[in-house]
Design a protein around this ligand. Structure first.
Ligand SMILES: Nc1ncnc2c1ncn2[C@@H]1O[C@H](COP(=O)(O)OP(=O)(O)OP(=O)(O)O)[C@@H](O)[C@H]1O
Ligand SMILES: [Mg+2]
Length: 285
């Protein structure tokens, strides 16, 4: 992974972004992750056009958009699975190039996918330490790993799991999601991205995941949640960013939106109902 400190920052935005209005945040409010002018195509399909996104620490940003809007591609680009065709990413103000999932993990970025994140045949402790097992001389230090896993789950108030030695296959969808999130917290992640975390969950499980998301934010992490569910969005998000056909069409504090305006932006890329605007991270219509 390459890192450079931009001299004076990306004044006026990314190269080739003439005409785009980019408002750099005031000093001291640099978001944890700042994307500028990210584009990505697959063959003839342009999945992302010149996307700007700010993910501040201690805040939940909801990434909204209709099917095929580019939410997962954007997430995978941040996670290092896809390489952008152009654009810049700034991590704590430094220009970074994330070439692989390993690069993003080493920055402190953890991505949680609904069913793919965990190994079914392993128990909770084994999952949380997968690939990063603690050794005591040549042997696994089971006590130490068990203690750390239990402490992390307790700190997140995950209380419905009966035994941390339970195979993950026997957990409910919400519990699996909780373990995946706890794993992210245990490894001192700074940014957690959740792609549709509640899509397959029931009412009680959804509640547990939303409470966890709030706790991550209280721990000072930046959280990005992809959701189609506006109830979830309005419950947990501090900020909303809306993609429409690969373009970021709105991005602002949650108080700048109401439900109808989010739906308008998701379905048509514009809205006459935006409630308020703020000085930075303004959507471009
Ligand atoms: N690996 C790929 N190869 C080719 N096209 C792709 C690939 N991944 C995504 N796309 C295309 O990029 C566009 C955006 O897809 P993406 O998966 O990001 O949508 P999304 O916003 O996550 O939608 P959903 O809400 O349905 O999950 C779509 O047109 C999709 O077909
Ligand atoms: Mg998707």
């Amino acid at each position: 992974m390459d890192m450079t400190t931009p001299e004076g920052g990306p004044a006026g935005g990314a190269p080739g972004s003439e005409g785009r209005v980019l408002v750099d945040p005031p000093a001291g409010t640099e978001p944890l992750l700042r994307l500028r002018g990210i584009s990505k195509h697959f063959g003839a399909v342009q999945a992302l056009f010149d996307v700007d996104l700010d993910l501040p620490a201690g805040q939940v940003t909801a990434l909204c958009g209709d099917n095929g809007a580019g939410k997962s591609v954007l997430t995978k680009t941040i996670a290092g699975i896809h390489q952008p065709d152009k654009g810049e990413m700034y991590w704590e103000g430094r220009l970074v190039h994330i070439h692989s999932p390993k690069d993003s993990a080493s920055l402190g970025i953890e991505t949680v996918y609904q069913d793919l994140a965990l190994a079914d045949n392993l128990d909770i402790v084994q999952n949380m330490f997968l690939g990063r097992e603690r050794l005591n001389r040549l042997f696994l230090n089971e006590d130490s790993m068990e203690r750390a896993a239990a402490e992390t789950l307790a700190s997140l108030h995950v209380t419905t799991v009966r035994s941390i030695r339970q195979p993950v296959a026997t957990l409910s969808g919400g519990q699996r999601q909780a373990v995946a999130v706890a794993k992210a917290v245990m490894w001192n992640s700074k940014l957690v991205m959740l792609d549709e975390p509640t899509a397959a969950l029931g009412v009680a499980q959804t509640r547990m995941v939303l409470d966890l998301v709030k706790r991550l934010k209280d721990h000072g992490l930046a959280v990005m949640v992809i959701s189609h569910n506006l109830n979830d969005v309005f419950e947990v998000a501090d900020r909303v960013a809306v993609l429409h056909l690969g373009r970021m069409v709105a991005q602002d504090r949650i108080s700048a939106f109401d439900r109808e305006s989010v739906v308008d932006f998701m379905t048509s890329g514009r809205s006459s109902r935006q409630v308020a605007t703020s000085g930075s991270s303004q959507g471009r219509n």
